[in-house]
Design a protein around this ligand. Structure first.
Ligand SMILES: [Zn+2]
Length: 432
């Protein structure tokens, strides 16, 4: 009891300190504010994990006798201001993570948000061996990237039959709601089986790219969401795809050669559409020849041996890069459209090779931060770190000219995902 009382006093004191710090935020300069946000985000994750652990320790009896609620989930909902269903899911994730060493450690030290914890916990039940990899991925990739990796890990564990089962269930549950929204306009919502969904995704992504680029050429700034909405309408009207896209965003299907021949995946093999999830091998075969899909058959070919001494990124290196970096490599970014290729380790102008080890894919804003303001990438694939400019670095001492205008950026990122190799302009590859 004495221990509990002391800890409680400490936690209350910490909360008071956080409150005082929060009040002083208006006095911080921009740099301090960023560091404060970082520190508060970690505190938020720590508090989230600790709240769930304390609730699990209290149990349903504790929640009834000392919390005056029906059970743990109800107490969690009332304390955290959420629904009982959501609170219950969070508690189940916390409980699942307690049973996996790496998951428990990451949850405890504030490395996982509640959303990330839920994804990792769900996968931990089906494929516990994948937990360390998923925990590491949580710090590197976006939430949707983490979900895709978890789905792939579960599929690899369960094998072909489970993936087919899931697809049958999804096919039975498929729907498309298009209805007048209460506040005006029309709302669209749909659920599709994975292969059909990927076909839709590929077609819409392609059309979105066309809409977005042509808007940009007209000097009109569309958000991706707006471009996607316009693209969907254009597709339904029977247009939108006739124009060739500057860089059609491919979906990448990765499948083991042996699985493709055999017709099913076996342990450890994969058949996955990147960013969408695992698909049955039979569906993968049916998707062959689709314009939007790049198929990557993994047969042990070493793409690292491919290098080039000019700026042109060879097509095979570019495909390998798309596969390795499906999204901007800056941890947590997750941007998948209109990525640019950067000579991240050593700039081409300083002798850097156009080799996969020296290349990575970045979104335009992160690419500009890197080339123009001295932000740096470190660590490499799977361990990327995004570091602030060095003190007194050339970019800091003498800031480069204005950031590229949208039109210039559009020309410069033509290597993004097009189907022909394009030379990288100097404006986009002067990495430090
Ligand atoms: Zn980015």
């Amino acid at each position: 009891m004495e221990h509990g009382t002391r800890v409680l006093a400490q936690v209350r004191q910490a909360a008071a300190l956080l409150e005082a710090a929060s009040r002083s935020i208006p006095d911080a300069n921009e740099k301090e504010a960023v560091e404060l946000a970082r520190a508060f985000a970690r505190a938020e994750k720590l508090a989230m994990a600790a709240t769930r652990r304390a609730l699990l320790r209290a149990g349903d009896d504790g929640a009834r006798h000392h919390g005056g609620e029906r059970d743990m989930a109800s107490l969690a909902a009332s304390l955290c201001g959420t629904t009982v269903a959501k609170a219950g899911k969070g508690l189940r994730s916390a409980r699942a993570l307690e049973t996996v060493t790496s998951g428990r450690a990451a949850f405890l030290d504030g490395s996982l948000s509640l959303d990330q914890a839920q994804v990792v916990a769900d996968a931990a039940v089906a494929a516990p061996a994948a937990t360390p990899e998923l925990v590491a991925a949580a710090g590197q990739t976006s939430l949707s990237g983490l979900r895709a990796r978890a789905a792939a890990a579960i599929a690899a564990k369960r094998g072909e039959e489970a993936v087919q089962d899931r697809e049958r269930r999804l096919a039975a549950r498929r729907f498309c709601h298009i209805q007048a929204a209460p506040g005006g306009g029309v709302r669209v919502e749909a659920l599709l089986p994975t292969a059909e969904g990927a076909a839709l995704l590929g077609a819409v992504a392609h059309a979105t790219d066309v809409v977005w680029r042509s808007a940009r050429q007209r000097g009109c700034n569309l958000s991706m969401d707006q471009a996607r909405a316009d693209a969907l309408v254009a597709l339904c009207r029977g247009g939108g795809t006739s124009e060739p896209a500057g860089g059609s965003p491919d979906l990448i299907l990765t499948v083991d050669a042996a699985a493709l021949v055999r017709g099913e995946v076996r342990d450890g093999e994969q058949c996955v559409i990147d960013g969408v999830g695992p698909v049955p091998v039979a569906h993968a075969r049916s998707l062959l020849g689709e314009a939007f899909l790049t198929m990557c058959v993994t047969d042990g070919q070493d793409v690292r041996t491919l290098t080039s001494t000019n700026r042109v990124v060879p097509a095979r290196v570019r495909k390998a890069l798309m596969l390795r970096d499906p999204a901007c490599v800056v941890p947590g970014c997750g941007q998948r459209m209109h990525l640019e290729i950067d000579h991240w380790r050593l700039d081409f102008g300083r002798g850097g090779l156009t080799a996969i080890d020296n290349l990575c894919r970045l979104c335009a804003p992160h690419h500009r931060l890197k080339t123009r303001t001295g932000w740096r990438l470190d660590g490499g694939p799977g361990r990327w770190r995004w570091l602030p400019p060095r003190r007194g670095s050339p970019a800091q001492a003498a800031p480069a000219g204005p950031l590229p205008a949208p039109a210039a950026a559009a020309a410069a990122d033509s290597t993004a995902a097009g189907s022909t190799p394009v030379a990288l302009g100097p404006a986009v590859s002067s990495s430090h």
